[in-house]
Design a protein around this ligand. Sequence first.
Ligand code: UDX
Length: 431
Amino acid sequence: MKLCMIGTGYVGLVSGVCFSDLGNDVICVDKDNNKINNLKNGKIPIYEPGLEELVKKNIKNNRLNFSTNLKESVRKSDIIFICVGTPTKKNSNSADLSQVYSVGKEISKSINKFKIIITKSTVPVTTGDDLEKIISKKVNKRLFSVVSNPEFLREGEAIRDFIYPDRVVVGSNEEKSKKILRNLYSPLISKGAKYVSTNRRAAELIKYASNAFLATKITFINEIANLCEKTGIDVEDISIGIGLDNRIGSRFLRAGPAYGGSCFPKDTKAIVSTADKFKSNLSVIKSVIKSNQNRSDLLLKRLHSIIKKFNNKKVSFLGVTFKANTDDMRDSSSLKIIPYLSKRGAKIKYYDPTGSKKEFNNVKNVEYANSIQNCISGSDVIIIHTEWNDFKSINFRKLSKNKKLIIYDMRNIFSPTKIEKLGIKYFGIGR
Ligand code: UDX
């Protein structure tokens, strides 16, 4: 099939490349000239394991193209995926849909035969209805169908999540596009992916409800971890003990810092805002948002009790992105913790496998170390902020001779007893 992905951010690029790998002809469109030129040469704007190889392979196979010309790309394609950003609006909790609607207008100028127009970006319930209205101002309704097909890709696992999804959700209000979409996804369905066909609004809500539920699960275990800290229990035991109940499930029960990233903080706010519009009170999700916002403050308080005096303390910070296997800094709790420590006089060295981050360029007392070893040497306190495999086998005693060394393992990747056997004071989350 001939596909066009509009927006070469995370969602558009990964989905476009994976669709081309399944044998479709794909054009990825973006208005950023530089990005498109780089992509044509196989240069990837984001860190995502396996993506570069897949881009190069499919460029070579002539199934993957990049363009800045939206109109021409739409004309050449049968299915158009809208994959532009839907960030939180300034001074509001609702999603900013201006990019989705402006792309919709652009598309409407280039419809020369039947097209399926799909929102893959996360969009609030009724966005498809509005998009349909916008396009039908220029185009007869028989010539297009607006469909919702949300993505469920995790950064760092995006290719695997695309090829082996738990489910594919397609929301359409008419039969023709339902058939075509089922056909598009048939290679994944034949490998075992469940296919969920709903109406358009339901698919839009499935995406938000999924992310809100996952955010709730994480927040739940984080609060249980707080109780564990007060009662001398290891939260890891609780995660195992409750996760083995199939009704609960063991995934997304890892206690840690406040959840972050490009989706959970934004989507939890947006679903609440949509519900408010429809006079429906999502009180559970509201509490989740609040609890997650409080979480960083809580961890800072804990840091006070662990470090006592920050002034001139040498702090090593391992991993600054919002989680491992990504270079994404959006809503990472390190953006709160590092400046807080710096303000109180701590001297911070940080290391991240994806390199230094511009977010800390102007923060006092913060420097980037180009290796784990350089980050840790001479340190008083090591904070493990993300769960990269690179950190799991660190031999702390080999890298630091400090007899009073403290480790604050915010992802519980180490065994407390093993670390304490090395004569290092260990603190984790919920243990
Ligand atoms: C998420 C959704 O998982 C994905 O389906 C959606 O389409 C996009 O948003 P992503 O933001 O890449 O993906 O990250 P995810 O792995 O879900 O983690 C989100 C946040 O939750 C991170 O801050 C992570 O550290 C945290 N988390 C996750 C935990 O603290 N504990 C867990 O058990 C799982």
